[in-house]
Write a protein that binds this ligand. Structure first.
Ligand code: NAD
Length: 252
């Protein structure tokens, strides 16, 4: 029987692939057979090493997604490097923490620009190439538990990730009939830079751990399978979902 999760011959663009969840998603897609175009601000040597070890092509695109300036170039370089964009994973994201009452305009704008604005316009630019050759594609947005819940002290992050869940559904509705699947993954609490401040705070850290049914924080490697699924033919009839990978947090 043909393996429905096989990504051989596909090219996946992964933003923020130099660390954390982005690296682990890139490696999982590579291990499923996809060539990788890694997009990020800084060197992606370790991601490149791991993807090449999986035996696939690897291209790096340097881009700072805090503005729209690199969007067209990123897509052009991705197409030049990978042939076409079959899969886009919008993983790059930032978080700023402060009480809502004190929250600054800069911390609002910085987070919205990377997490929502650049994500939308990169998706639009990539989808134009997918629609132009009629071969469709898979788009995966990295959402959050804050796509479902309020959280505390992260107003722009919660707004951006809640917005991203809505955007995922809107794009799915517009593009499902055109061969593009748009879905999202909502990671729970994973051990990455993003959650360092929480893990460094003994009270918050034990509160969080205490409510995760799986009894542990997520390891970045826990996310790869969900990304491979949504990137593969196994998900051809899956549109507009936000798939939690959270150790059971939302079930609680
Ligand atoms: P991380 O800080 O290690 O990774 C964030 C990535 O985004 C990095 O590669 C970083 O270079 C990139 N990035 C940030 N700003 C950028 C910019 N201006 N231009 C280009 N790249 C930029 O943390 P992570 O946990 O791996 O985060 C990855 C994604 O997962 C984010 O969208 C985050 O919101 C989301 N997420 C993480 C968790 C968690 O528990 N770690 C939970 C839910 C969602």
């Amino acid at each position: 029987m043909k393996n429905p999760f096989d990504l051989t011959g596909k090219t996946a663009v992964v933003t923020g692939a130099n660390t954390g969840l982005g690296r682990s998603i890139a490696v999982a897609l590579a291990e499923a057979g996809a060539g990788i175009v890694a997009v990020g601000r800084s060197a992606m040597d370790e991601t490149e090493r791991l993807c090449r070890e999986a035996g696939v092509a690897f291209h790096a695109v340097q881009a700072d997604l805090s503005s729209l300036e690199p969007i067209e170039r990123t897509v052009a370089e991705a197409v030049a490097g990978g042939g076409r964009i079959d899969i886009l994973v919008n993983n790059a994201g930032i978080i700023r923490r402060a009480d809502a009452i004190d929250f600054s305009e800069k911390d609002w704008d910085d987070v919205m620009n990377v997490n929502l604005k650049s994500t939308f316009f990169l998706t639009q630019a990539a989808a134009r190439t997918m629609l132009a050759d009629g071969l469709g594609g898979k788009i995966i947005n990295i959402a959050s538990l804050l796509s479902f819940q309020g959280g505390i002290r992260i107003p722009s992050y919660t707004a951006s990730k809640s917005g991203l869940a809505g955007l995922t559904r809107l794009l799915a509705c517009e593009w499902a009939a055109k061969g593009i699947n748009v879905n999202a993954i909502a990671p729970g609490y994973f051990v990455t830079n993003n959650t360092e401040a929480l893990r460094d705070d003994p009270k918050r850290s034990s509160e969080i751990l205490g409510r995760i049914p799986a009894g542990r924080w997520g390891d970045p490697g826990d996310l790869g399978g969900a990304a491979v699924f949504l990137a593969s033919a196994a998900a051809d009839y899956v549109h507009g979902i936000v798939l939690p990978v959270d150790g059971g947090w939302l079930a609680r």
